[in-house]
Ligand binder design. Structure first.
Ligand code: AMP
Length: 424
């Protein structure tokens, strides 16, 4: 195979140009908003023991059944993380955060891996930014988490988010198990109308039939009872308070009985953010409460709620909405004409950067005219221009690059303070 034939693997992407800027905004926005809500950063490994994902996401889920990248390089089976919650909770327990006895609020950002069929908005390596709030069952925390997701989209300039909301109850006999039994009893006479996947779901994961996209399955689902009408008292009360909390914050939502989410660990509140710009893959983020997961992974019973937002899908929405896609402009472009001035300019640029001012210069021996063009292309606000005569006199020219901007000759020692006067 010749060298030029090597391309990115199907379902993976490069991020550059405007996409690179959008990607960075999506990542920066996460830090800014999640920190504002009192969440602390956690970074966990990209691969973990396969068992962790099988136990937390659930053996009978699409992810664990067919989408994980699993290897056995030595004696241990490892998997590239398909999502961030399992690793975050594993770390929460491993580092004894549960012993601190208070609500732990964590956020993360990074690549996830799922062997799905690639299409627009669906990749095999994609990125999520997400949060986990572990240690409280307060329904207002669900509300806060949902509101934080919306604040994040707003930060990226994404308007028109729709919020779908449901409650899938808890593991108490009279709640989800009773609902599941009721559902199965109603579905059973119509099994022949369901797709092959839903037939296999019927035994293992009947709730997932509710969100099947197949039109024949949807026809069957239409008449089925809703989980939110079949909750135990505690879950019903919790769901009512979440809805009240959202209404009090002016957050609109659609209660949707077909929203069950693909991961087993959810309980009570589940939600999904969708956006019309995304086409078939319209889920731009989602989450819910997972009160049983910490215990499932060997810790004490600990309620928790969280979400994960798909960065690539947020980027598609940003592009469709024409939202924030320009790089921060360069503050200063330095032009040193001739070898001595080039060297002196390199020192000035370094000093500017140390002061926190973005600065750059030419390293390709361009002419003065073409360096000025480059400064304009980079959006430089100020140009520093140094020729042999100026250097001999200890001076440098400071040019305001705005339309009609002036050029001043100043002492080299005063250059930084003169530049600062011109910057916003
Ligand atoms: P999940 O972890 O499945 O709840 O997904 C949370 C969010 O991650 C979804 O709402 C999507 O925005 C995004 N997402 C999930 N799978 C993919 C994928 N294969 N490619 C791109 N984004 C994805």
């Amino acid at each position: 195979m010749s060298k030029k034939d090597i391309r990115a693997i199907e379902g993976t992407r490069d991020y550059l140009g405007e996409d690179g800027i959008r990607f960075e905004k999506a990542m920066d926005g996460a830090r800014e908003i999640f920190t504002r809500f009192g969440f602390e950063k956690i970074a966990t490994p990209v691969f973990e023991s396969t068992d962790l994902f099988a136990r937390s996401i659930g053996e009978a889920t699409d992810i664990v059944e067919k989408e994980m990248y699993t290897f056995k390089p030595g004696s241990e089976m490892i998997t590239l993380r398909p999502e961030g919650t399992a690793g975050a909770i594993r770390a929460y327990l491993q580092h004894n955060l549960h012993k601190q006895g208070s609500l732990t609020k964590l956020w993360y950002a990074g690549p996830m891996f799922r062997r799905e069929r690639p299409q627009k908005g669906r990749y095999r390596q994609f990125h999520q930014v997400g949060i986990e709030a572990v240690g409280s069952s307060d329904p207002l925390l669900d509300t806060e988490v949902i509101a934080m997701g919306i604040a994040y989209y707003e930060r990226l300039g994404i308007t028109g988010i729709r919020l779908r909301l449901n409650s899938i109850g808890c593991s108490k006999d009279e709640c989800r198990p009773a609902y599941r039994a009721k559902l199965r009893a109603e579905i059973e006479p119509n099994l022949d109308k369901l797709c092959k996947t839903c037939n296999s779901r019927f035994e293992r994961n009947a709730l997932r039939i509710l969100d099947c996209k197949n039109p024949h399955c949807q026809e069957v689902v239409k008449g089925l009872p809703a989980s939110y009408d079949n909750l135990c008292e505690e879950c019903e009360d919790h769901f009512a308070k979440v809805k009240e909390g959202l209404a009090a914050q002016g957050i609109e939502f659609d209660v949707d009985a077909t929203l069950v989410r693909g991961l087993d660990y959810y309980s009570k509140t589940v939600f999904e953010y969708t956006h019309g710009a995304l086409g078939a893959q319209d889920a731009i983020g989602g989450g819910g409460r997972y009160d049983g997961l910490v215990e499932e992974l060997g810790g004490p019973a600990t309620p928790a709620v969280g979400f994960a937002i798909g960065v690539e899908r947020a980027m598609i929405a940003m592009e469709a909405l024409g939202a924030c896609c320009c790089a921060a402009p360069l503050s200063v472009f330095g032009i040193g004409l001739g070898e001595d001035c080039h060297k002196a300019m390199s020192g000035m640029i370094t000093r500017l950067r140390r002061e926190g001012i973005s600065a750059d210069m030419d390293y390709e021996g361009r002419s003065f005219k073409s360096q000025m063009r480059l400064a304009n292309r980079k959006g430089a606000q100020v140009a520093l221009i140094l020729g042999d005569n100026e250097l001999a006199e200890g001076k440098v020219n400071v040019k305001d690059m705005r339309e009609g901007g002036e050029q001043l000759s100043v002492n080299i020692a005063d250059a930084i303070s003169e530049v600062k006067k011109l910057l916003p």
